[in-house]
Design a binder for this molecule. Structure first.
Ligand code: GLN
Length: 226
């Protein structure tokens, strides 16, 4: 299975994502600069966290216009896997691959801490190694993680079981319905504010992010007979 981790000017979690794929799965992974227009050799694209283009205008707004995002749209339309983590989630909503927006945290402070998440949907390629309702510890680090969507969109997310993670206990940013992560209707594009790639060793404070990588690999393997 081949992974791409996109790199924009201002990305700062791309190397963590590369290391997580290498350490958890040992599968091939390339860093791919944002001017690339062909992602056809990859099975899973990770849009990492950071401050692409300095978060100018709105987080993710400028990066959503990068050449590589055309290729990400094609990759998603072909049913292949895309994960946006933190700034990556912001880029995916700005690109229109996921519904809703990420607004400034309701308290207007940057939050960098371990958060508790509840796994709401284990019927996705990204979460099937978790238990439904499992509470996991995954770090957050963002100033604009306040997920918002209008009521019709929220109703649709619920009806299609697209809410994948919610904050458990404390909501750190004011997200509507405590939403921490969602997927698209087809289930092959996931966006989440917390950072699973920073939680793959006990040494990092939690290894609860590992199951996301093993889920992806297992799902891909089942589909491709690997
Ligand atoms: N860690 C990140 O990806 C930061 C996300 C974003 N730039 C924010 O502060 O909201």
């Amino acid at each position: 299975m081949r992974f791409a981790v996109l790199v924009f000017p201002g990305s700062n979690c791309d190397i963590d994502a590369v290391k997580a794929v290498e350490d958890v799965l040992g599968e091939p992974v390339d860093s791919v600069w944002h001017t690339e227009t062909d992602l056809s050799q990859y099975d899973c694209v990770i849009v990492p966290g950071g401050f692409s283009y300095g978060d100018y205008l709105r987080s993710g707004a400028v990066a959503s216009l990068s050449p590589v995002m055309g290729a990400v749209k094609e990759h998603a339309a072909a049913g292949k896997l895309v994960i946006g983590i933190c700034n990556g989630f912001q880029i995916l909503t700005e690109t229109g691959l996921l519904p809703g927006v990420l607004r400034h945290n309701d308290h207007l402070q940057f939050r960098c801490e371990i958060s508790e998440l509840r796994v709401e949907n284990t019927d996705t390629a990204f979460t099937n190694d978790y238990e439904k309702g499992q509470v996991i510890r995954i770090p957050i680090a963002h100033g604009e993680g306040n997920y918002f969507a209008d009521q019709a969109t929220i109703d649709q997310l619920k009806a299609n079981n697209q809410i994948v993670f919610t904050y458990h206990g404390t909501n750190p940013n004011g997200s509507i319905e405590n939403i921490a992560g969602i997927c698209n209707e087809q289930g092959n594009v996931l966006g989440m504010m917390p950072h699973p790639e920073r939680a793959v060793h006990e040494l990092l404070g939690s290894a609860d992010g590992k199951a996301m990588f093993t889920s992806i690999f297992r799902t891909w393997g089942e589909k491709h007979g690997a």
